[in-house]
Design a protein around this ligand. Structure first.
Ligand code: ATP
Length: 212
């Protein structure tokens, strides 16, 4: 159900990919990777930067104090989660440290991948819209699936109950709102095959649809 964007996309292409919990982002990214497209996992790199980027670490220590890290330097994620849960202003300040760092890092990563010859890159993040990161991509793919199916898939994958999945869902923007930001939509409802949908978008992003 993608619309033809190939004529008005800016190049070089940083493409964002998002979707609610259990929508199938990882699964879809694996298909793009099999087509040779480099994928940046924003969640993975955010965690990495929190532990390895000196500027981010210094900012977090300044904001939350020394308990944010164990004596061996590991990030005390559970402690931080408890602190920011009750203090939304601290969560905003933490995000204001981490999000720009991820943005700068992903931009450098994108440029390096393009230099190596990638036609475009994918940046995958569950909260790409909520974090504002979508403003820095040239096109946005939203993966969608019915809520009941998403709950069922995550219950199976993570061995958790429905309430735990719903609690995580409640922190995310509802899927129908996400769709308003989409340049491309991938429907992962279990009925529509994923591979042809990915290939159709890939062809549009690489301009191959015009030569048919
Ligand atoms: P999260 O936001 O939690 O990281 P996600 O959007 O990355 O989730 P996936 O991990 O890709 O979602 O998918 C959730 C689960 O559903 C996984 O176990 C995956 O293997 C399974 N799944 C995804 N798409 C399909 C499909 N079309 N058919 C069958 N199983 C699927």
């Amino acid at each position: 159900m993608s619309k033809d964007q190939s004529t008005n996309l800016r190049r070089p292409l940083r493409v964002g990919l998002t979707g609610g919990i259990g929508s199938g982002k990882t699964t879809v990214c694996e298909i793009f990777q099999s087509l040779g497209i480099p994928v940046y996992s924003a969640d993975f790199w955010a965690k990495w930067l929190i532990e390895h980027d000196e500027q981010v670490k210094a900012g977090i220590l300044d904001l939350l104090g020394p308990e944010a890290y164990d004596p061996n330097g590991a990030y005390n994620r559970a402690w931080v989660a408890r602190i920011v849960f009750d203090q939304p202003e601290k969560l905003s300040a933490l995000n204001a440290l981490v999000h720009p760092a991820v943005e700068a890092h992903s931009r450098r990563w994108h440029e390096a991948e393009m230099e190596k010859g990638a036609p475009y890159t994918l940046r995958e993040a569950a909260l790409l819209i909520e974090s504002g990161g979508y403003r820095f991509v040239d096109a946005l793919i939203v993966v969608t699936a019915p809520e009941a199916l998403r709950i069922e898939r995550v219950m199976q994958r993570d061995q958790v109950d429905a309430a735990a999945v719903k609690a995580r869902m409640a922190k995310q923007m509802p899927e129908e709102e996400k769709l308003a930001f989409a340049d491309f939509v991938i429907n992962n409802d279990g009925q529509s095959a994923l591979i042809p949908q990915v290939i159709a978008i890939h062809r549009q992003l690489t301009g191959q649809n015009k030569s048919k």
